[in-house]
Design a protein around this ligand. Structure first.
Ligand code: FAD
Length: 455
């Protein structure tokens, strides 16, 4: 059963008796643990119509490049096969989805769509809701507890949102069983963009091809499930104590799959909860509380990706210290190439550029140093987001917007005042040396980047 508060009509139109029910798959491209898909199947069964799943590929998704499109299409190839096993046709079109879905909707009596939080995702849904003459129903499929059920306002910190999420977890952390489709749709002939040959499909896209795909992190649910199994068997029990150490690999690496909607956070949480010890608690705090705090931030703060979106005290303290003398100043080009005096920061930057994923603890250090080395805080904010979104496989995500904002004080408290940072929390290289074998991390990054280049 799908909880009622996951379901929201985006317009007030009445269901029309037409050929198909259509699921516009956008934020949650997966064939299991997908509430929007199961809702669409049940609606198709109810009206005795075949279900078509549509996915639109636009060249113009903000900040996305070859690295991201490769990962997305790898995942979509798996989705196509899994849907076919359930008798459901996937129609892929190479066009901005809001136009294409409006076109397809001429034969659809009902459109179902999953939920996205970023500006463009909301804009697309609004456009379609206005353009079509049949209903469009949004079904939340990527939050464990729907954002508005948790809170109707922007929350201050993890501490303020935690109890509001926790009281619902028992009701929302439940397996989602696939519903059998009554009328299969594979036999319908509908024009579709061919994704069977990945290289050929990618070459056709007019996108930024300058950022290389990541060969050893492939998109798709099967890869996410392999990582999840490995994590549960080998890493989870050490997660609480070792996850922050950048020279030891005790994290799940699931963020790109969660970002692209290729695995459901509910599936991940339920599988992790079968284990005992402190590992699951620490992991669930990140996966549920921190991740859903990010969704809350992006949902309620229109400036979630701008300096202006920070709390007043953060902006005021950073502006007050804007003209403080900075020991080092770097341009965006120097930062992008990892050419600073700080070998730890350079390693983190290199890791992100070369492997598509920076160690979690280093992401905090990395963001903090950009504040220290760039003249104006607004500029530092833009640089951090630009680099994160361009190179991280999991970039352009609510977690990225909240993560960068955290470096600038969001979801944190004021600390004692110091130059440049004012009351914003500060981090330094001595802390890295004290806590970890940070030289080992630098060597590992160099080795991994060399290996990636050789491939
Ligand atoms: P694990 O430790 O295995 O955690 C499991 C999952 O929990 C993650 O996949 C993620 O969904 C969630 N999670 C973990 N840490 C956080 C956190 N601090 N906030 C919110 N959710 C969390 N995360 C992104 O997904 N995309 C980004 O673009 C991104 N940019 C960041 C930028 C900065 C400057 C900072 C400080 C953090 C950023 N994060 C981002 C949050 C966090 O660093 C990553 O989610 C985490 O490192 C992903 O690795 P993992 O999947 O192996 O994490």
């Amino acid at each position: 059963m799908i909880e009622k508060d996951r379901i929201r009509p985006l317009n007030a139109k009445k269901i029309i008796n037409r050929k198909y029910v259509i699921y516009w798959m956008q934020a949650s491209p997966r064939a299991s643990y997908n509430h929007a898909l199961e809702y669409a199947v049940s609606e198709a069964n109810k009206s005795d119509k075949p279900l078509i799943v549509f996915f639109g590929i636009t060249d113009h998704f903000p900040s996305a490049n070859l690295r991201h499109y490769t990962f997305m299409l790898e995942g979509l190839q798996e989705v196509k096969d899994s849907l076919e096993e359930r008798g459901i046709k996937l129609v892929v079109r190479y066009n901005s989805p809001e136009f294409e879905i409006a076109e397809l909707a001429r034969e659809g009596g009902l459109i179902v769509v999953d939920r996205g939080y970023t500006r463009i995702q909301r804009y697309w849904r609004r456009c379609v809701a206005g353009l079509i003459d049949c209903p469009i129903i949004q079904v939340e499929s990527d939050a464990i507890v729907p954002v508005e059920t948790v809170s109707l306002k922007e929350e201050y910190t993890a501490a303020s949102i935690r109890p509001k999420i926790q009281r619902f977890l028992r009701d929302y952390l439940r397996p989602l069983r696939p519903i059998k489709l009554k009328r299969e749709s594979l036999r319908y002939r509908l024009e579709t963009f061919d994704i069977s040959n990945l290289d050929r499909a990618l070459k056709r896209l007019q996108i930024d091809h300058s950022v290389a795909p990541i060969a050893d992190l492939k998109g798709g649910l099967s890869h996410a499930e392999t990582l999840l199994d490995e994590f549960i068997v080998n890493k989870l029990k050490y997660y609480d104590s070792l996850r922050n150490d950048p020279s030891r690999d005790f994290v799940s690496h699931l963020s790109p799959y969660l970002h692209f909607g290729q695995i459901s956070p509910i599936q991940v949480a339920l599988e992790v909860m079968t284990k005992r010890g402190t590992g699951p608690d620490a992991f669930l705090e990140e996966l549920i509380i921190r991740r859903e705090l990010s969704l809350n931030f992006v949902n309620y703060n229109v400036d979630y990706d701008r300096f202006e979106g920070l709390p007043e005290w953060c902006r005021a303290t950073l502006k007050k210290h804007e003209s403080d003398k900075r020991e080092y100043l770097y341009t965006l080009a120097q930062l992008e190439k990892g050419e600073t005096h700080d070998s730890y920061w350079n390693a983190a930057q290199k890791e992100m550029v070369g492997t598509g994923k920076m160690a979690g603890y280093m992401r905090m250090y990395w963001g903090k140093k950009i504040i220290e080395w760039v003249e104006r805080p607004e500029e530092a904010y833009r640089y951090a987001l630009y680099l994160n979104d361009k190179y991280e496989l999991d970039g352009r995500d609510p977690n990225g917007y909240a993560g960068v904002a955290w470096c600038f004080g969001k979801h944190d408290r004021p600390w004692s005042e110091r130059p440049v940072f004012g009351n914003i929390r500060y981090m330094n290289a001595d802390g890295l040396k004290r806590k970890f074998d940070i030289e080992k991390y630098v060597r590992q990054v160099n080795d991994r980047c060399r290996a990636a280049e050789a491939r």
